[in-house]
Design a protein around this ligand. Sequence first.
Ligand code: GLA
Length: 407
Amino acid sequence: MPAAASERADLVENPAAARFEIIVAAFRARFGRPPVGLAEAPGRVNLIGEHTDYNEGFVLPVAIDRTVAIAFAPREDGRVRAHSLDFDQEDEFALADIGRREDDSWANYLRGVALVLQQAGHRLTGLDLVVQGEVPIGAGLSSSAALEVATLGAFATATGLALDDRDKALLAQRAENEFVGVACGVMDQMAAVFGRADHALRIDCRSLETEAVPLNLEAHGLRIVVANTGVRRALTASAYNQRRDECNRVVELLFVLLRGRRPRSLRDITLRDLTINGRFLPEDLLRRARHVVSENARVLATVDALAHGDLAEVGRLFYASHESLARDYEVSSPELDLMVELAGSLEGVVGARMTGAGFGGCTVNLVHADALDSFGEQVIEAYRARAGLPAEMYVCRAVDGLRIVEF
Ligand code: GLA
């Protein structure tokens, strides 16, 4: 049915409504019936707290206004048929027989979520799905977690499952760990579920307690700017797993050194422990541990500084985090360093640091609204000229996590 004139005017003024209208129309065209609902989950940018989540530490991500949206309707025959608008590809599988596709396809995230939900004891309905995403892929903004969480929302709603929010994040993470085969921590999926408009999310990755931290960006005249270095994260998987192993090894060594303390993870270690026992640790492992322990402290200090409106301190903590990731944790890259350096020399930039796993991907910047144009000209353009790479910037808003619209 064509939209009425008033509805069309609304679509022009409201790009989100226009986007959903396109997804719903694609669903009708593909499946010959309307969807019963739409599940939408955001990507994330991490303000601070990098490589701390798998060490049971603290993180401070923001769910961003780049989301994955899925239109869905149940099927009676236990099959899933999915269409990706971005890749113009189809996938079809039976819930009773889910295997991994060898082509590293977007469809593996759907398959993985359907499988872990069933392994957790839920009987699922079959689904028709249309998927559309606007989270840049491979940029370190968690397009995978957004896809997993949106898929989980679609299955849970169509099947009538009442899942606890923490379980949603943990099941989505399990799909990525066990089915897709990426050993990520829990931050990205937690952000995609628990994100809150205009807030960052302080997550204790040991207890999974979350606290929404007001950003008051408008009041400070600030914007969150994500700068994409244009380098895809190539090395990430192997180096990421290596860092995880190194952290586990250093905890084992400290377990022996700190007789009687029995640390379970780097969360249980203090900088003082490292000062006293550092000479007994291999030098690279000492640096890895120093990053994680100091980064946990920086997350808590950032939450404090935000609460007091102390932007100079927030900026200092951002740069200190970057330095620690570059020198001690060794997950930065020349491109990320250059992007941070260029941002740091621009007036109106409060702070800049690499965000996400590293080796490529994006930096996160807190920028005064009136310096946005100069950021584009003097940071992004200068970076393009010096690195010869197609950098981009995204000005992001903090949004709510998983959202379901039922028609
Ligand atoms: C990736 C992982 C997260 C987290 C970050 C580093 O984004 O998916 O779990 O470990 O790297 O902070």
